[in-house]
Design a protein around this ligand. Structure first.
Ligand code: SF4
Ligand code: SF4
Length: 303
């Protein structure tokens, strides 16, 4: 496989972004819907506004977007966007809707762990997706570009699918037998035993939508996180691949300087090198490269 191309910009002036767009070979057309995928839960990076303006000046219709948090009120994410400085003239869209249930199901071609992926519909409606990533760490390991694509762009049900066994579990001691979970479940996954008045989840029927969790008045239903970090990282790499197979995409990473590429795997490998990450943190990039989804070998050009 050819080396990936990464473009680096030390100075972030307003004219940097048109040059980055051109270096990446992006064709920005009039009225093109461009989703700038950010993390509403983190402070707005300074590059978001000039990137937005550079796209708007070329006639595109850019918007800032993120998907809802996996558990809890979906509108928390929009409130966080306002708190974190994203709402400043640029449209902010919750990609998977105000209930976190608005998503498109797309195939994972060549996936070893998953067959399909669920992405926020606003992202799927976009003509181009540009991710803006500030590398960080989570309890599952490194959060780079693949993480932003594979988990950040995933709708609530997708996030659940990637990070958990996919089916919630009921704590029978907490269950008060109200039956709300069974009533709200559209798939026959949540069931209430009429004799014991205790609920349970029937995995073959459960789609992992997590509605029952939100309906339970005593928080007796919770996700089952009992899977390995490697499994999670490989799943999110497959999600990222599915999205990039389906949509035109480009990626910006903020490290010692700004780096841009069409190859998220190459950018994650660059992050691993710059941040001296341990091997275990790089499972997503390794799995992506094994699926021929990008390469960890890149050449960097200063612009
Ligand atoms: S997660 Fe969704 S499909 Fe599964 S039991 Fe709960 S409501 Fe039903
Ligand atoms: S909603 Fe909660 S408390 Fe009510 S039956 Fe289901 S698990 Fe039990």
């Amino acid at each position: 496989m050819e080396k990936a191309k990464i473009f680096a910009a030390a100075e972030l002036e307003f004219d940097t972004f048109p040059r980055l767009i051109d270096a990446l070979g992006l064709k920005i057309e009039k009225d093109m819907a461009v989703a700038i995928k950010v993390d509403f839960l983190q402070p707005c990076p300074a590059i978001v506004q000039p990137l937005f303006l550079a796209l708007a000046q070329r006639g595109a219709s850019p918007f800032l977007t993120d998907c809802s948090v996996p558990f809890g009120d979906a509108l928390q994410s929009l409130n966080a966007a306002a708190m974190n400085g994203y709402v400043s003239g640029a449209p902010c869209v919750l990609a998977d809707g105000v209930k976190g249930t608005d998503y498109d199901l797309i195939p994972v071609r060549g996936g070893k762990r998953l067959r399909s992926a669920k992405f926020g519909r606003a992202l799927m409606d976009a003509d181009l997706i540009i991710t803006v990533t500030r590398p960080a760490f989570s309890e599952r390991g490194f959060r780079g570009v693949l993480y932003d694509l594979g988990l950040g762009c995933a709708a609530r049900a997708g996030k659940t699918e990637v990070q958990t066994s996919g089916k919630p579990i009921v704590d029978a001691e907490l269950c008060i037998g109200c039956g709300k979970c069974a009533a709200i479940c559209e798939h026959g996954g949540a069931r209430l035993d009429p004799d014991t008045r205790k609920a349970s989840i029937f995995p073959p029927k459960c789609s992992g939508c997590s509605r029952c969790m939100r309906a339970c008045p005593v928080n007796a239903i919770r996700p089952n996180f009992d899977i390995s970090d490697e499994t999670v990282l490989e799943r999110l790499a497959e999600y990222a691949k599915a999205l990039c197979d389906a949509k035109e995409h480009a990626h910006l990473v903020l490290l010692d300087q700004a780096y841009a590429s069409l190859d998220p795997t190459a950018l994650d490998a660059l992050c691993a090198e710059k941040l001296s990450l341990p091997e275990s943190a790089c499972a997503a990039a390794r799995h992506a490269a094994a699926l021929s989804f990008g390469t960890t070998d890149a050449e960097i050009t200063e612009i």
